[in-house]
Design a protein around this ligand. Sequence first.
Ligand code: ATP
Ligand code: MG
Length: 350
Amino acid sequence: MAETILSGIRPTGNLHLGHYCGAISQLVELQNKGSYDNFFVMIADAQALTDNAKNVDKVKNNVIQVAIDLISAGIDPNKVTIFIQSQVPQLHEMTDYFLNLVTLSRLKRNPTVKEELKQRGFENSLPVGFLTYPVSQAADILAFSTTLVPAGDDQNPMLEQCREIVHTFNSTYASIFTMPKIMLPSSKTQARLPGLDGKLKMSKSAGNGINLCDDEATVKQKIMNAYTDPNHIKVSDPGQIEGNVVFTYLDVFCKDEHFAKYLPDYKNLAELKEHYRRGGLGDVKVKIFLNNILQELLTPIRAKRAELENNIDNVYDMLFENGKKMRKIAQAKIEQMHDAMGINYLKYRK
Ligand code: ATP
Ligand code: MG
């Protein structure tokens, strides 16, 4: 069976390398394989408002930024329907019915939400909408009959919640929803790229990332300040690889051919790691190598971005047209839902 694919991104900031390796590179691969019926990418502005209600400008400005980032990083708008969540009000109605099928204690157990609450300092001022966003995310997935959700591993609990809702709805009313699956990147590191601070995952809200739109000098400066091994003080000191984000990024982005090009004293990453562990290899040398690799990745993305910025009306037109298309699909699902729940009493009155 061909899949219906949906992935979501919150417009809370520019996209970073975590999105690139955790979500976008998978999406581009799937898009190019072509074995799908439908392929949607949602810019989750309503979800972004659940923790930014008083900061609408941030969300508003980032909607177009995220659309530009996605296309610059390789999403092809001729193959993938990129749309804005709030353009599909049917999602709110669907969320409302789903909320009755989920308990408060279940919502409070969601480990990703727990981590996010701590990070945002929401312990005593938790917006209700934030706690319930996994339910609205289930509506986003189910409204379009999604079968596959490519995402990073922070989304595992959201998919679990969504699957529980499918089970409860289908067994309470009628089987109208199919079980969606998550699709994680092949490596654990790609599924959860750490931030430059080495503590949390790279995230827009934590501001600990390298953005796809950062200019050359900013990328270099961020890499030079990245967390490595705090006990590796002198070049001659033995260094630790584990938890050292520069090596973590190399694990994800470095290929053997980069050595021939930028660091010919070594054949591959294993050799470089070995030297670092032994001592005698300074952080700056490794950081300059990483910088070369990342600049090579980011240069064409920056160029595409500049092109799109010069034709920004085309991006707005695309988002507008795609909103219409997605409303139609969601409306059909809502009507199916009304029938299943038996709240279609006025259906045949004209
Ligand atoms: P916010 O801090 O506002 O939640 P975010 O940086 O977590 O922003 P999202 O828009 O929530 O980004 O996530 C979009 C997609 O990118 C999801 O599939 C998510 O799993 C993935 N993703 C986000 N951060 C990372 C990361 N550090 N590593 C791998 N994948 C990630
Ligand atoms: Mg997030």
